[in-house]
Design a protein around this ligand. Structure first.
Ligand code: HOZ
Length: 422
């Protein structure tokens, strides 16, 4: 296949301008591509499962905006819904019927959800869910898992995955001692102890790469929360609406108290939510006394994109998301084995990670022991061959409904060469 991608002046010029005006040249760290030792892509547009950069290079996109684009780039239904919504006004700061429709769609799918509050980002949803958990329990301390990432909420940055793992930042300066003291970090697979307001987890952790839960672990967390009076909070920003209509909680048959949603719920526009049983959610103002608000919460464009996206997610869609991830996983395992590169490919419906390691990855320590230099070389070689992967060992790939068997075949063809170069 050989190298197909040209780097021309336009990307270099854009990056030179960007580093002067944006910290690190980007608005979110991982996309800077520093962990794989190259400059970022500057995107011109997306079409289905393809991303086209400002130099006209076309890539098979497995990042898909890190999850929201489960239907692919610029899906006609989503574009039509957003266009119609925009024509009727871009923001009102007042209720719309579409927000109620999106809540109804969410409640219909997500087992733990009887009511929900829309916000604008996963970070905001996490922060607000934890405030509610503290109010409901009268306790301060939160248990989280090493390698999990719940957005850049101050108290949850300790031992976090995603961009912090990518940059090797164990915790961020700027977090107060009090916030750090209210956070208990435990390894994934260990059941937290003590008097806690909440146990918060990604039921399918996907910010240290994808690491599935040990058998019975989520049920053990449910039991411990019940025994100790803590709330169990599932961060389904990545797994929600993706691994099953009702997310990991439906698939695993474990119902949390509160659920954090993001990405797919906004269909590629900024929307997120937290949801739970009526008695808890009615603590939120103005029904109750726990304050949380937002000018752009329930924004009509984001709501329209989210609704249009959810309406595409029928039973056939989940079968397709499973097939495409499974075909990719099998092909990648075979391609690596052909050239004797030890990898572990973990996948579930609509998610996948290739870990550069001999043994299975069970927790953050395992993930951190992967050969990140080799991952970087693989990722660079894939980009050179027109395949865009997460530029970090500690992120998941996002198969979508727009990926076809041809995209999988092009990816595997590139991988056969890239593994040999890694
Ligand atoms: N934190 C996101 C991945 N888990 C990356 C967001 C971005 O750079 O767009």
């Amino acid at each position: 296949m050989g190298s197909a991608v040209r780097v021309t002046d336009r990307s270099a010029v854009a990056y030179a301008r960007a580093v002067d005006l944006l910290p690190g040249g980007v608005n979110s760290p991982v996309r800077a591509m520093r962990a794989i030792g190259r400059d970022p892509l500057f995107v011109a547009r997306g079409e289905g499962a393809d991303l086209i950069d400002v130099d006209g290079n076309r890539y098979v996109d497995w990042v898909m905006s890190w999850g929201p684009l489960i239907a692919g780039h610029a899906h006609p239904d989503v574009v039509a819904a957003v266009t119609a919504a925009a024509g009727a006004g871009t923001s009102f700061g007042a209720p719309t019927e579409a927000e109620v429709d999106l809540a109804a769609e969410t409640v219909r799918r997500v087992p733990s959800a009887e009511m929900m509050r829309l916000v604008s980002s996963g970070t905001e949803a996490s922060m607000s869910a934890l405030r509610l958990a503290r109010a409901a329990t009268g306790r301060d301390r939160i248990a989280k898992f090493a390698g999990a990432y719940h957005g850049h909420v101050d108290g949850l940055l300790a031992d976090a995955g995603s961009g912090l793992a990518t940059q090797g930042i164990p915790s961020s300066p700027g977090v107060t001692a009090a916030q750090a003291a209210d956070t208990v970090v435990v390894p994934w697979g260990a059941v937290p102890d003590g008097e806690l307001a909440a146990i918060v987890c990604e039921p399918y952790p996907a910010n240290m790469g994808l690491v599935l839960p040990p058998e019975g672990f989520l049920a053990a967390l449910r039991r411990r929360a019940d025994e100790t009076g803590a709330l169990l909070v599932f961060d389904e920003v990545i797994s929600g609406f993706r691994v099953a209509p009702g997310g990991a909680q439906e698939r695993e048959g474990v119902t949390p108290d509160l659920t954090i949603l993001g990405k797919v719920i906004g269909g590629g526009l900024p929307a997120a939510a937290y949801a739970g049983p009526r008695e808890l959610m009615e603590r939120i103002a103005p029904a109750g006394d726990v304050y949380q608000a937002g000018t752009l919460s329930g924004n009509p464009l984001a709501t329209a994109a989210g609704l249009a996206t959810l309406r595409l997610l029928d039973a056939a869609a989940y079968e397709r998301l499973e097939q495409i991830a499974a075909a990719l996983a099998t092909g990648l395992r075979d391609a690596a084995a052909e050239v004797g590169v030890p990898v572990q490919v973990c996948h579930t419906t609509g998610l996948l990670t290739v870990f550069f390691r001999e043994d299975p990855v069970r927790d953050y320590d395992d993930a951190k022991s992967c050969d990140t230099e080799r991952y970087a070389a693989f990722c660079r070689a894939m980009l050179d061959r027109g395949v865009y992967l997460p530029p970090s060992q500690f992120e998941a790939w996002f198969p979508s409904l727009a990926h076809t068997d041809v995209h999988v075949e092009r990816t595997l063809e590139a991988a056969r060469e890239a593994f040999a170069l890694a």
